[in-house]
Ligand binder design. Structure first.
Ligand code: ATP
Ligand code: MG
Length: 278
């Protein structure tokens, strides 16, 4: 069972550089615009989302949630979670919160057999009164425990893919990993694949035959899972990342197009938000 009583979406792919963190940050920005209380969960020890959300040197991180001292009884994630979550940086709306990551989190991949992959779900459940929707930025590590914990906590998995061999194989391996979670009797039978979102898509003038070929492969091999929305490669995305500010606050037509695309992906993933908005 995923976290009850709160929406939770994990961005996953087993390849790096396909747009997971960017899609996560974009969805956080557009969900915040709807007035929802949004939680960004960074499970990447490099802390890319943490940084983009304007957090420097966090006092506590998700590492504290997962860590279990084998010599002592485990501390309940319910008591740790509120001490880890902080408000995002000043350029972000006040309704955006962060569960930050730091390098020590990479040590947790080595833990095993202590139930650590169930702790995130419990931590997010503990925050259900404060947050309406969580977006989890998963690291690209294949079959890792942190990714596993994201897929146990989440209701929906969203898989970004570039129009490339890496994009395609990241999707195909992520689908296998997900199937291990949501198979009958698996750790999270409720988990649904919300879809595959094509990201960092070259604009028309830059689109080459090789991109079209991978686009076709994605459509052929993954069929209905492929969302119609395209997230185009625009420099303003990098501007937002550098400014550590939401894409919704960036000026210009390209930013507007990206915001529209993130909004489409959000409403596809969590359709009830559209109804709530009227
Ligand atoms: N729509 C876009 N337009 C332009 N650049 C983009 C876009 N989306 C992502 N990028 C850039 O592409 C790079 C990879 O994106 P991102 O960091 O989101 O991928 P990732 O899958 O999270 O990577 P990793 O696996 O390393 O965590 C980043 O430099 C990011 O700023
Ligand atoms: Mg990333």
């Amino acid at each position: 069972m995923a976290v009850e009583g709160v929406d939770c979406v994990a961005e996953v792919s087993e390849k790096g550089g396909v747009g997971k963190t960017s899609v996560t940050a974009g969805l956080i920005a557009v969900a915040a615009e709807l007035g929802l209380r949004v939680g960004g969960v960074d499970l990447d020890p490099r802390g890319t989302l943490t940084d983009e959300l304007g957090i420097d040197d966090p006092e506590k991180t998700v590492n504290d949630l997962y860590y279990i001292d084998e010599k002592k009884p485990p501390v309940d994630p319910v008591t740790i979670a509120p001490t880890v979550m902080v408000r995002a940086g000043r350029k972000w709306p006040a309704n955006v919160f962060v569960l930050p990551a730091d390098r020590s989190l990479s040590n947790r991949e080595k833990d095993g057999g202590n139930g650590m992959e169930y702790r995130l779900k419990r931590a997010l459940w503990a925050l259900r009164e404060e947050i309406d929707v969580f977006f989890i930025d998963a690291p690209p590590r294949a079959g890792g425990q942190l990714v596993g914990s994201a897929l146990i906590a989440a209701k929906k998995a969203l898989i970004p893919s570039t129009l490339s061999a890496d994009g395609w194989s990241g999707v195909s391996q992520a689908l296998v990993t997900i199937s291990h979670q949501n198979a009958p009797g698996g750790p999270n039978e409720d988990l649904e694949v919300a879809g595959i979102v094509r990201s960092i898509v070259p604009r028309e003038t830059e689109l080459r035959e090789i991109h079209r070929m991978w686009d076709k492969r994605l459509a052929e091999d993954f069929g209905d899972l492929l969302l119609p929305t395209l997230i185009t490669n625009y420099a303003v995305r990098e501007t937002a990342r550098t400014a550590r500010a939401p894409i919704t606050s960036a000026p210009g037509r390209e930013a507007k197009t990206l915001v529209g695309a993130y909004r489409d992906v959000l409403f596809h993933t969590l359709p009830h938000l559209k109804e709530a908005r009227g």
